[in-house]
Write a protein that binds this ligand. Structure first.
Ligand code: UDP
Ligand code: LCN
Length: 797
């Protein structure tokens, strides 16, 4: 057990147990960190002895993520450091305590949910720990998310230690590369490492006396005699540089050089990106149910990746056009979108396409209508079968990299990557488990609407199967000192009656890499960038925002001089747009200072086909009535195209407005970086990505949706300070712009992603990174657990 904890508990036994009794007196079976903290604060307030609440006690409660309570027992889940957990159970009558293991903690929780004591009874337990025992792991929590750097360091020294085997694999790796039957890098003239080293020296001598810009057509023949093929560089100078890197690696593999060298190897020509759910299209889709940031992310990613792939191939002297296929679902009844078209070219790319494949029922019929992302599970295996055929036919070969997106895309990526034996990358976008409180523990209550049993099972399978995982922030993996990461929430949890996970994913696994997305710099740029502004759109924007009319709109900004608090999101409950409207409605000071503009969902509920959206729409109307907001809040049910929304952010910034993102939880938050880079001071949720994107008070502000009054207060003090100090608005605006420019750009993203895919592909080949045992275990879990759950969901169509 954590030594400081036991020391403290032993020293302050009386206080600790008095506090625990106070927790029990709250009468709740489960208390989360914020509940424990609130109870602790009221305990301190009520205490006569003000010394009782020492900083150490406060620290202990701050580190406690969860309490499970059934008097006289109280079990605490304490997280002394990021991604490290200790479970302790206390008997408050006997004033005893002891550390328990994960199984005991989870079994106790199960008992609280069902009233049955599960301790000692047999329950299916998922434990991936033993499989990865011998796998290289990070040690320090600050290194989490830098997997590729770690692998390079660790495996380079391994290569050095096992020279003979390492070099042989290296040679085999270099001879592996081909494009449409044409050999690249090395040919069969080189059969041994000795020969490679000898010929490298000759090639270096030869190239060093050639004109620096001589291309393959000039030097190629001589190099081929030495066993070298195309792929080393577009000019003799670059070829020489790449050869020098290889010589250095063969001498002693230095991690940076290994990474640079691998970054040049032509091994990624075709990429398949999977994103089955939602309406995946290029126009008229954003803001529709299940359709938001993921679509924006993928389309921007494709444009950036294609360019990066092309530049890298060309720099290596290869006139090859890369191919990227985004595979999504074909929806015959596509509303006003193009989701019923089987193939669509992606604007802004040379060759990238969207390939749409339908969902089919078990009797083979094509599903005509959109289904929510929570309902897709029964269709994915048949979808994968069809995707495999179509993708291979389209490319004429198998892809070199498969990228999954969100739980459904990642599961399809897993199935496909295993069949085709291709490197698999996962991107979660949003792990639903972290979004909904107790979604695991009370899964049965939500099963009809959310089917979390399928989703969490799919998540566990695909996150463990992936060769590498890209996350947008550090917190997505392992949170902060006081908050649990999104992936971390899968490390230990239970779904009573289904199965219990004692080691679901390891945050110290080097498969995790943080590669943050950006905001399309052609669309989202600062309002001060006058020359690039699209002032022709201002008439349309003024009509939308300032008139009291318009289709699917409610409310009017009667005092149009006031700055605007702008919010825009899909109308999911989690986005908490209604929360913002309520705290705005209640806060006189805020209403004094600013108007509110909401772009979300539909104003006319009949236009919505999504249950959750319909409930939120109704609530919006109720709130606007209750707080009489029609003169101060403008609500638009429009889905803006990107250029209009880009100019809208800037137009609001011109009027010294702000952006608000009040979500109960936001995995990353593209609107947050879009607004910031447009120059809008941004107030965004404390839960999820924005906590890391924004530095409070410098590049924006954090707000806590669980404390509406405080959040409204932060916003109204900002406006107050701006009216006293003209510079303040500009200061925060500039802070936000700089933050995005430094950390969130697609160029940085594409460079990193392309390096990662090569490095993981290389290490997978050269070492024993193949996780065969894990793969077989996961296949069994898929067959025995996921499939029956998914099949049971399927209704005959
Ligand atoms: N968006 C939009 N119109 C809308 C709602 C959203 O253009 O009516 C765009 C928004 O600009 C952003 C994306 O959709 O690019 C939403 O991404 P975010 O990451 O903020 O949230 P998500 O919807 O993915 O949860
Ligand atoms: C999904 C979400 O919910 C957002 O938080 C992300 O920004 C988006 O995907 C893109 O990754």
């Amino acid at each position: 057990m954590h030594a400081l904890l036991t020391e403290y508990i032993d020293q302050q036994r009386d206080t600790v147990f008095t506090l625990l009794r106070y927790f029990i007196a709250q009468g709740r079976a489960f208390m989360l960190q914020s509940d424990l903290w609130d109870a602790y604060e009221s305990f301190c307030d009520q205490s006569k002895d003000k010394q009782v609440c020492s900083p150490q006690l406060a620290d202990m409660i701050r580190l406690t993520q969860e309490g499970a309570i059934s008097s006289p027992w109280i079990y605490l889940a304490i997280r002394p450091r990021k991604a490290r957990w200790v479970y302790i159970r206390f008997h408050v009558d006997a004033m005893e305590y002891e550390q328990v293991n994960t199984t005991d903690f989870l079994a106790f929780k199960e008992g609280l949910v069902s009233g049955v004591d599960f301790t000692g009874s047999w329950t299916l337990e998922l434990d991936l720990g033993p499989f990865n025992r011998n796998f290289p792991k990070l040690q320090e929590s600050r290194s989490i998310g830098k997997g590729v750097e770690f692998l390079n360091r660790r495996l380079s020294s391994q290569l050095l230690m096992d020279r003979e085997k390492g070099d042989r694999r290296f040679l085999e790796f270099l001879r592996l590369h081909q494009y449409q039957g044409i050999q690249l890098m090395l040919n069969e003239n080189i059969t041994s490492l000795h020969e490679l080293q000898k010929n490298l020296r000759r090639a270096q001598d030869y190239l060093s006396v050639q004109a620096q810009d001589a291309g393959w057509e000039i030097v190629g023949k001589s190099l081929q005699h030495l066993g070298l093929e195309r792929g080393w560089g577009d000019t003799s100078a670059r070829m020489l540089d790449t050869l020098n890197m290889l010589t250095e690696i063969l001498e002693a593999p230095e991690p940076n050089i290994v990474e640079q060298f691998l970054g040049r190897i032509p091994m990624i020509f075709n990429v398949v990106i999977l994103s089955p759910h939602g309406y995946f299209g290029q126009a008229n889709v954003l803001g529709m149910p299940d359709t938001g940031g993921q679509v924006v992310y993928i389309l921007d990613q494709v444009r950036a990746l294609e360019q990066e792939m092309r530049e890298r191939l060309h720099a290596q002297g290869l006139d090859i056009e890369p191919r990227i296929i985004v595979v999504t679902r074909l929806i015959p009844e596509a509303e006003h979108t193009t989701c019923n078209q089987p193939v669509e070219h992606i604007i802004g790319t040379e060759n990238a396409i969207i390939l749409r494949v339908p969902f089919r029922s078990r009797n083979g019929e094509v599903l005509q209508r959109w289904v929510s992302r929570f309902e897709v599970w029964p269709y994915l295996e048949r979808f994968t079968d069809e995707v495999e055929k179509e993708v291979v036919a389209e490319l004429g070969t198998r892809p070199d990299l498969i990228v999954g997106n969100y739980s459904d895309g990642n599961l399809v990526a897993t199935l496909l990557a295993q069949r085709l034996n291709v490197t698999q990358c996962n991107i979660a976008h949003a792990l639903e488990k972290a979004k909904y409180l107790y979604s695991d523990l009370y899964w049965q209550d939500n099963e009809d609407s959310y089917h979390f049993s399928c989703q969490f099972t799919a998540d566990l399978i695909s996150m463990n199967a992936a060769d590498f995982i890209i996350t947008s922030t550090y917190q997505e993996i392992s949170g902060r000192d006081d908050s649990v990461g999104q992936y971390e929430s899968y490390s230990a949890f239970t779904m009573p009656g289904l199965y219990r996970v004692v080691d679901g994913i390891d945050m110290f696994d080097p498969k995790f890499n943080i590669v943050s997305p950006g905001a399309d710099a052609n669309i989202y740029f600062p309002n001060s960038d006058r020359d690039r502004r699209m002032s022709s759109l201002h008439g349309e924007i003024e009509e939308l925002v300032l008139s009291g009319t318009g289709e699917d709109a409610r409310g009017e900004l009667t005092d149009s001089k006031k700055p605007i608090i702008f919010t825009m999101a899909r109308m999911d409950r989690i986005k908490n747009i209604t929360g913002l409207v309520e705290w705005y409605g209640k806060c006189e000071a805020l209403r004094e200072h600013a108007n509110l503009l909401v772009i979300a969902g539909h104003v006319d509920v009949r236009k919505s086909s999504d249950q959750e959206e319909q409930q939120q729409i109704q609530l919006m109307h109720e709130l606007m009535d209750k707080y009489q907001l029609d003169g101060q809040c403008r609500w638009l049910g429009v889905h803006l195209d990107k250029s209009l929304s880009g100019e809208l952010y800037r137009w609001i910034a011109d009027r010294k407005g702000v952006f608000a993102q009040p979500a109960l939880f936001e995995a990353f938050g593209l609107t947050v970086i879009e607004a910031m880079v447009s120059g809008l001071p941004t107030f965004a949720t404390h839960y999820g990505g924005p906590l890391e994107i924004i530095e409070h008070g410098q590049s924006g502000f954090h707000i806590d949706p669980n404390y509406p009054d405080k959040s409204a207060g932060i916003m109204s003090s900002f406006f107050k300070r701006c009216s006293d100090d003209e510079e303040y608005w500009q200061q925060i605006s500039t802070g936000g712009i700089e933050r995005v420019h430094r950390h969130y750009t697609w160029k940085l993203y594409a460079e990193r992603m392309m390096t990662l895919s090569r490095v993981y592909g290389f290490w997978k080949f050269v070492t024993d990174l193949e996780r065969d045992e894990t793969r077989r275990y996961l296949q069994m879990f898929y067959g025995l657990q996921f499939k029956p759950l998914a099949t049971a969901m399927e209704k005959d169509v």
